[in-house]
Design a protein around this ligand. Structure first.
Ligand code: AMP
Length: 410
């Protein structure tokens, strides 16, 4: 069974083809940047798959999977029919860098491959079992009814970490629960004691999740991917009153203020240098005070969220770093883990500096909390879920957002 996973950006198309015929295998990966004509890019992707010999005909593609972000009233792993795509469009405003591009790409795939099921694994799905108290803002009920609540994002990545960290820590029972999260109610039994993981997905877009026994207890991203810690060019958490204040004080339109928060904020806005941490680090090393401050703010906010999940989880067994910054930037990992010995976190400085984009333990032997680097694999999570969807195919089309539960499974 061959499953194509398409990762759609506003000007990029990346793909991976997985085969589940005999275990799970990555057959092919590729992509295009600076895509102007999306229909052409899809055509070239399909041609590339045939040229490489990984499929002899498009009919071999059992489904195309998408790491969809957020939709009104839809979550989980669902078929991307017209109503699901319309539900994504209804939340375009929450994820302007993601939803419109996905909607366009999905419609083009549907035209080009009308016989092939298109299936989305929503980033919000990982948080369906998070406690309601972790997902609510203190707004009037009418706001909540309109959708003003935390959804949480980076679900595919944090789910990968939930599963993989449990395997690495010898907790196959917890890994099994994490594996089954989207197909049962998250209540697969596990042994005592609870496995507590704080997962730090730090990249162009960053978020921290607390995970107990494979199930998320929350995520630093809230109603939109514009929240939580500062991102490459997106603001992160901001006092709600700052938005109307800035509109009035700076004479901005709502649209212009939104654009600035989504494109001119974050590391880029703070540093005035770049949205790429590599350039900001170089500038900081060269004495640029704003660049240094940008990195300090980033580290400060990441530590604040880590601290929050240490409290929610009553400590942690593992602190995990993943994604572009988490996997590659040892100096930021060191800054984030500095002076946390009272929380049980002691980094092995030598091990830390050597690790780039590979699975490794970077904590000292005496560290109560195991600090791990785990390269994430979001596409694999999507492909696995799409395979499960195909296996139980026919049982449903779009699925409503599951009711959130007042307590997580033990
Ligand atoms: P991501 O969105 O996960 O691709 O992460 C992007 C961020 O990670 C950028 O700010 C980069 O500075 C950083 N990053 C990504 N890849 C590398 C790498 N190979 N070496 C150093 N930093 C990297």
């Amino acid at each position: 069974m061959k499953i194509l996973v398409a990762n759609i950006g506003s000007t990029s198309l990346k793909w991976r083809l997985f085969d589940f015929a005999d275990g799970e295998r990555l057959l092919h990966k590729g992509g295009f940047e600076q895509v102007g004509d999306y229909a052409r890019a899809i055509e070239d992707c399909l041609a590339d798959l045939e040229r490489s010999g990984v499929v002899t005909s498009e009919r071999e593609i059992a489904a195309v999977g998408f790491k969809t972000v957020v939709a009104k009233g839809v979550s989980g792993c669902v078929r991307l029919d017209d109503s699901a795509v319309a539900a994504m469009e209804a939340f375009n405003q929450l994820a302007p860098a993601h939803n419109p591009a996905y909607v366009r790409g999905i419609r083009l795939f549907a035209q080009r491959l009308p016989e092939v099921p298109l299936v989305g694994l929503f980033e919000t799905a990982f948080y369906q079992w998070a406690p309601e108290a972790a997902m609510r803002y203190a707004v009037p009920a009418s706001w909540c009814d309109a959708g003003v609540r935390r959804w949480g994002f980076h679900g595919a990545s944090h789910k990968f970490i939930a599963e993989r960290s449990a395997e690495l820590l010898g907790r196959d029972d917890v890994a099994e629960r994490a594996r089954r999260l989207y197909v049962d109610d998250g209540s697969t039994p596990v042994r005592e004691p609870a496995l507590r993981v704080v997962s730090c997905h730090l990249g162009g877009s960053s978020s921290i999740s607390g995970i107990r026994n494979g199930v998320a207890v929350g995520n630093s991203l809230g109603m939109s991917p514009q929240s939580g810690v500062p991102h490459n060019n997106r603001v992160g958490d901001l006092d709600a009153m700052a938005f109307p204040f800035a509109i009035r004080a700076l004479g901005l339109t709502v649209e212009e203020a939104e654009r600035q928060l989504c494109n001119e904020g974050g590391i880029k806005g703070l540093s005035g240098v770049s949205n790429d941490v590599r350039n900001v680090w170089t500038a900081a090393q060269g004495g640029n005070a704003q660049a240094r401050l940008a990195l300090e703010v980033f580290v400060h906010e990441v530590r604040r969220w880590i601290g929050g999940y240490f409290a929610q989880l009553n400590g942690a067994d593992a602190l995990v770093f993943t994604a572009g910054i988490g996997e590659n930037r040892s100096e930021l990992r060191a800054a984030i883990c500095a002076d946390l010995d009272q929380l049980g976190v002691v980094l092995d400085a030598n091990a830390n500096v050597k690790v780039r984009a590979q699975e490794a333990v970077i904590s000292a032997p005496e560290s109560r909390v195991r600090v791990l680097v785990i390269p994430t694999n979001e596409e694999l999570v999507v492909a696995r879920e799409v395979k499960r969807w195909l296996d139980r195919r026919g049982s449903s089309t779009t699925k409503p957002v599951p009711q959130t539960h007042l307590s997580t499974p033990a």
